[in-house]
Ligand binder design. Structure first.
Ligand code: TEU
Length: 577
């Protein structure tokens, strides 16, 4: 059944403001920079921009630590610039989706400053304060054993002045709000209405599955024997009141506007649990950002430690969401990149010179034929890749990277030598660090890739002279031109966004082949996830491909071979789709 909704068919483009475009020459992207690059987005064919946080923030976690929900970070501009950006987007038919970060605030937020001022402060219970525990030998211990989500330390920080701990799942500068407190929720609803009344069209909700904490804040089960601190995510995700809170949010705010909404739901791989957030009857969100695909090349308890995976597991994850989420009555978001993930061409394609362009295009073909709302991250549309492996730790600036690095460094220092070899950790980071997504956007071959007239806050990837927007614009065969074509194709082919998904060969080690069916439209997608040529036997049920299927889109400039063996075999070149 075809139920058109603008937010289902939208192509959403994520902008990470620090690294997108700098208009002032201070090396940091800003709002006027975004305005100056809007034609790139119109050309690409995007309908919605998701803007990572631009609120007032000390920037301990790149703006995901907010000190004033109604202010614009002066690094990025003023509220007038924001208003102009919104008008300019709307003029071009582009909607704006803001990042709502309300699981926690910055420790510089006036609410927290007030809250930590004394145990009797009227805002004390806006955050989660608890007295210490003591070990048998009398050492002070945090209220429970939860490890920060970024690892490296406890999820609790001791406050000398008031002699209590506060909970902060991320960094010490990101105290968690206490959502049990109705005043907190009312304040959040007010903030949301304030932005929506300005004309903002949607919200991406940061770690929304963490807002409800379990009653009594119990210890996490021991999964790392011998350690005091344990990964706490089973405890602080999908808590007892999360759906009640989101339904209240819907009633109080979301239901009154025509919006696009997506909740970020880390650490959750159970489709039924995820569907609860998005089933229309629950009246909560439209979709969530699921993590299973993004956890596939990481170690469950140590997310920045890479792990090899097989194409068959990749396919089974895609299958799971493409089928189960929809049959439960939910809706998907489809994304291969964001500001927290390595570049998709480096993780799922092949970023070696020879295959980079082809595999980036193949990933676009894959991405844009999946059911759900499609999200593209800045730079993905030109095949930007991870930072070079030779770069040292000094090029990595992200707090999560630093916490992981320091955890290992300190451990090695205390257990072996004062100057431990860290090259294995650097190798880990060269795949999974969040920094890879945060290098400056590559606009042209001028100095600093046209991102800034000054020294960029993060080093520009070494390949900028060859890999940039200007070089690819209008060039036949480029990643950018292919993205544009694929976006047009998706918009004209409802089977991409809505089609029923069938994996035609779940176990083939290199070929990923699936069918998408929507009313009378049938799409057959055949992808080779390897550099070696591969042959695919067309399943009986499809019959011969010859004469029955038209060739529509391919990532090679010339047409693929559908005709072998009387149309019963398909030969694919390296990374062909
Ligand atoms: O990320 C949520 C989160 O849990 C991250 O640790 C994520 O799992 C990880 O980075 C993937 O490598 C959100 C934001 O997207 C992130 O940028 C923030 O740092 C975090 O919340 C805290 O606000």
């Amino acid at each position: 059944e075809h139920r058109p909704a603008w937010w289902k068919e939208a192509i959403v483009y994520q902008i990470y403001p620090h690294s997108f475009a700098d208009s002032t020459g201070n090396g940091i992207g800003d709002i006027r920079g975004i305005i100056s690059r809007l034609s790139h987005l119109s050309d690409l064919g995007v309908n919605v921009v998701w803007l990572s946080p631009v609120y007032t923030s000390p920037g301990k976690d790149m703006g995901y630590d907010i000190a004033d929900y109604k202010g614009v970070n002066s690094l990025y501009g003023a509220m007038e610039d924001f208003d102009e950006m919104l008008r300019e987007m709307h003029k071009r038919g582009i909607k704006l989706m803001m990042d709502l970060v309300v699981n926690h605030t910055s420790d510089q937020h006036p609410w927290f400053v007030e809250s930590r001022s004394s145990r009797t402060s009227p805002k004390r219970n806006w955050y989660i304060w608890r007295p210490p525990r003591f070990s048998p030998s009398g050492d002070r211990l945090p209220p429970n054993n939860w490890l920060s989500s970024f690892r490296g330390s406890s999820a609790w920080t001791w406050d000398e002045q008031t002699q209590e701990y506060y909970l902060r799942i991320f960094t010490a500068e990101q105290p968690d709000l206490d959502w049990e407190n109705e005043e907190v929720r009312k304040e959040v609803w007010g903030t949301m209405r304030w932005w929506l009344d300005k004309g903002v069209d949607g919200l991406r909700m940061d770690v929304i599955n963490m807002i409800s904490k379990p009653f009594g804040l119990p210890d996490a089960p021991i999964t790392e024997p011998g350690k005091h601190l344990q990964p706490g995510w089973q405890m602080f995700t999908n808590g007892p009141r999360v759906h009640e809170f989101l339904q209240e949010m819907h009633r109080e705010v979301l239901s009154k506007y025509d919006l696009i909404t997506v909740g970020e739901t880390p650490f959750t791989h159970d489709v039924k649990t995820l569907a609860e957030y998005v089933l229309p009857k629950n009246k909560e969100l439209q979709m969530v950002f699921t993590f299973e695909l993004h956890d596939i090349d990481g170690t469950p308890r140590i997310p920045l430690k890479p792990r090899k995976f097989h194409l068959s597991s990749f396919k089974s994850i895609i299958h799971k969401y493409q089928t189960a989420m929809l049959s439960l009555g939910g809706w998907n978001s489809v994304y291969l990149e964001n500001h927290d993930q390595g570049r998709s061409v480096s993780r799922f394609g092949c970023d070696a010179q020879e295959w980079r362009e082809l595999s980036a295009k193949m990933l676009a073909l894959f991405h844009l034929t999946l059911s759900g709302t499609a999200y593209v991250y800045q730079g993905e549309e030109i095949g930007m890749r991870n930072m070079p492996k030779q770069w040292g730790i000094e090029e990595y600036t992200d707090c999560k990277t630093r916490m992981y690095w320091n955890e290992v460094l300190n451990h090695r220092r205390t257990t072996s030598t004062p100057n431990p070899d860290m090259s294995d950790i650097l190798a880990d980071l060269s795949l999974k660090a969040r920094d890879h997504a945060r290098t400056p956007m590559q606009w042209d071959s001028s100095p600093n890739a046209g991102f800034s007239k000054g020294q960029p806050w993060m080093r520009v990837n070494d390949d900028w002279k060859e890999w940039n927007v200007l070089e690819q614009r209008g060039r036949e065969g480029s990643v950018l031109e292919f993205w544009k074509e694929m976006i047009r194709f998706r918009k004209a082919s409802p089977a991409c966004t809505y089609g029923q998904y069938d994996d035609l060969d779940p176990s083939h080690p290199h070929i990923f082949a699936y069918r998408k069916v929507h009313s009378r439209q049938r799409l057959l997608v055949i992808l080779n996830f390897s550099s070696a040529p591969a042959e695919w036997d067309v399943p009986e049920e499809l019959g011969s491909l010859q004469g029955r299927w038209d060739w529509r889109m391919g990532n090679y400039v010339d047409v693929a071979c559908l005709g072998e063996g009387g149309g019963r075999k398909v030969g694919l070149r390296g990374w062909e789709g």
